[in-house]
Ligand binder design. Structure first.
Ligand code: SF4
Ligand code: SF4
Length: 679
């Protein structure tokens, strides 16, 4: 038990430190409230229960970096248990006779054992993280030189913060553990429920009772006093994530991944300043652990561009720690483009969703980027190439600058007619999309889809010149108004058609029709052609007469896989065709974006790009050894990878195929010239 003077001193320390800590917390809440409106108050109990379960199981961490995640789990579970340990230590300090040492009770023995073991876990975990950051210095913790960083970050702010937090945890837990050893030695007992502390206590036997008591008191003050002294720094440190991460996870968007939040006001100009972001995205900055997992999976960062989603969140946080903020909120901060992310980094994003998917605290840097793009488009500050495409989409309804009348021209070389779904009823309305209609390397794939469906006896039709770009990527470059106009036109066209289901070969179109059109009044049953092909194969409408002998790999398109969770249908189609499917290391939700999404396909490569994401992916496929076909299920992927096999010098090793090409071959249907030459 502490002396009266110690108890009084500790009480005063608590009051003073809590006072200064609350200043930081109140300021944080005021800043978050300055963000733009967002509705997140539905099902609050369910939201928080789910978030606590996710945090409790440490699930999001294990998506990548399994070893690091194990050591983080050591600290997390140990530190969580230390809440009980700290309560016990306060009771010991203030209540005469309260002790857990040497008690013959299963409950107290179990408590001691867990406290003892978790102390070791936390110490080992923390030493691992300090060694990793300060000795091993893995490249994934670094930023590309061209990434905009807050001056404090550039001068080692994250390293300093990591050191402070690391030393605090080591001292707090280490002192408590050592204090237990002093207590055991002072009582002259060895407690089997405290195995490691008892070992240390053995080394202290022989010390004077006064020295042991002094050691015990010093350790108590280091363990408990340090927590209190740390409190005012807590809202400024990245350790804050232990409190904010569960809140952030609880208040996350609950809409489908592929549905961007509707912009309530059509004239909403997007985000210029941090307070233009919806408040949950301001909260993101406080939840960020600065772990850089998001830029480890970011194709734009990997390829050397100035984009790092980690830097975006970290810069936001450091901006909010800086001089433009007063106790009552933000007074004067640099704009997002001045302080958080550079303009060319904003345009480097492929909207692949990998950063959001991997973030262990539920941050959404992609949503910030899209909000900033909306503002740039509103201010007409966009790459020239993008402006040309937007003009073409606005005037012609497609991104190729082609006359709308030419949209169905790809069907002309078929030896049968495809129904016009705008004029006659069909079971399946095929929303073809721009690339599958106009791009030469995709047109043969479209014809193969038509051949297979015709042979399988499917009743299908296309909209022809009445179809317009669905608008998925138009929305993601920030042209909200044009997206809404396209969606309204397409919905009006579809209202005049008689069909049961829509299918499309384009995952981007699939995403817009399935996830974004319902908010605008267009609710349909939408399927990706991989799902349709699988159904036809399983029902026997497609008969395989000659299984394909080929070793292939498959690339998961972001808008089919990560956004919409369709991983197995394309794989199963290929397996049923007889192919030998070999997985690349980055598959399914870990798939690496081809670099085309988010409108990137319409923009030139960044001058700092060291390797295109599509070439990086082809290298990954070639490294598997013996794979002859790189298979895709997306017209944009067909375009990107057809180029990449050439530019990466692998044209002789590997050809790019669509999944339907194997179906055509396995059904022994007549094939187009290009395919026949390669299969
Ligand atoms: S969406 Fe993809 S490209 Fe954009 S920041 Fe996130 S990981 Fe990078
Ligand atoms: S946004 Fe998430 S993944 Fe990225 S650095 Fe912060 S906590 Fe890590």
């Amino acid at each position: 038990m502490l002396s009266l003077a110690e108890r009084l001193a500790f009480g005063w320390l608590v009051i003073v430190c809590l006072y200064y800590a609350q200043i930081g917390f109140v300021q944080m809440i005021r800043i978050i409230r300055q963000g733009a409106a967002a509705q997140r108050s539905d099902n609050l109990i369910r939201r928080f229960a789910l978030a606590l379960a996710i945090v409790g199981l440490q699930l999001p961490l294990f998506k990548i970096r399994p070893i690091v995640s194990i050591f983080h789990a050591f600290i997390f579970f140990g530190f969580s248990f230390y809440i009980l340990v700290n309560v016990n230590d306060m009771l010991e300090a203030y209540i005469h006779g309260w002790t857990t040492l040497g008690r013959d009770s299963l409950l107290l023995g179990g408590f001691n054992l867990l406290a003892d073991l978790f102390s070791i876990f936390v110490l080992v975990g923390m030493l691992f993280f300090l060694a990793r950051r300060f000795l091993a210095k893995p490249k994934v913790l670094e930023f590309n030189d061209n990434v905009l960083l807050h001056p404090d970050v550039r001068q080692g702010g994250i390293r300093f913060d990591s050191l402070v937090v690391g030393v605090f945890i080591l001292l707090h837990v280490g002192s408590r553990w050592l204090g237990t050893a002093f207590a055991l030695a002072g009582e002259g007992i060895s407690d089997p429920s405290l195995p490691t502390a008892s070992i240390v206590a053995g080394f202290l036997v022989g010390a004077s009772p006064e020295a042991l008591e002094l050691g015990r008191h010093i350790c108590w003050w280091l363990a408990m006093g340090l927590i209190v002294v740390f409190l005012p720094y807590f809202p400024r440190s990245k350790h804050l994530h232990i409190m904010v991460a569960p809140v952030n996870l609880a208040l996350n968007r609950r809409t489908p991944k592929g549905a961007m939040d509707s912009v309530a006001d059509a004239a909403n100009p997007g985000a210029k300043d941090i307070t233009d972001l919806p408040w949950p995205q301001v909260l993101d900055a406080y939840a960020c652990i600065m772990c850089t997992r998001c830029h480890e999976v970011c194709p734009a960062h990997e390829s050397g561009t100035p984009l790092s989603p980690s830097a975006l969140e970290i810069n936001k946080r450091y901006m909010l720690r800086s001089g433009g903020v007063a106790a009552d909120g933000i007074i004067d901060l640099p704009s997002l483009l001045e302080g958080a992310i550079s303009e060319d980094a904003v345009w480097a994003c492929t909207a692949c969703y990998a950063c959001v998917d991997v973030c262990p605290v539920g941050n959404e840097p992609l949503m910030d980027i899209l909000a900033i793009r909306r503002r740039l488009v509103f201010d007409a500050a966009m790459p020239d190439e993008l402006a040309t495409v937007l003009k073409s989409v606005d005037e012609q309804g497609n991104s190729f600058g082609e006359s709308a009348r030419r949209r169905p021209n790809w069907t002309k070389s078929l030896d049968f007619e495809i129904k016009d779904a705008a004029k006659e009823p069909v079971e399946y309305l095929w929303f073809v999309g721009d690339f599958a209609s106009f791009n030469e390397s995709c047109q043969e794939v479209s014809r193969n889809v038509a051949r297979v469906l015709q042979a399988a006896g499917v009743d299908f039709g296309i909209l022809g010149k009445a179809e317009k770009t669905a608008g998925n990527d138009i929305r993601r470059v920030g042209e909200e108004g044009l997206f809404e106009a396209l969606a309204e036109d397409n919905i009006k066209t579809l209202e005049g058609c008689d069909f049961k289901k829509i299918f499309t070969t384009d995952p981007h179109t699939f995403n817009a029709l399935k996830n974004e059109y319902p908010a605008l009044g267009g609710e349909y049953e939408v399927v990706h052609y991989s799902t349709l092909l699988l159904e036809l194969l399983q029902s026997g409408q497609i008969s395989i007469t000659k299984p394909v002998e080929a070793k292939v790999t498959y690339h998961d398109p972001c808008y089919l896989g990560r956004y919409n969770g369709i991983y197995e249908a394309p794989r199963e189609v290929m397996r049923l065709c007889g192919v030998d499917l070999v997985e690349m290391p980055r598959n399914r939700e870990k798939s690496f974006c081809c670099g085309a999404g988010g409108g990137r396909i319409w923009m030139p490569d960044h001058e700092d790009m060291t390797q295109r994401p599509s070439e990086n992916r082809i290298d990954e496929a070639v490294a598997l050894g013996g794979v002859t076909y790189f298979t895709v299920a997306c017209p944009k992927d067909m375009t990107m990878y057809s180029d990449a096999v050439k530019t990466s010098g692998h044209e002789a090793d590997m050809a790019v195929r669509d999944i339907v090409d194997f179906v055509v071959q396995a059904m022994e249907l007549p094939q187009g010239e290009a395919l026949a030459a390669n299969v």
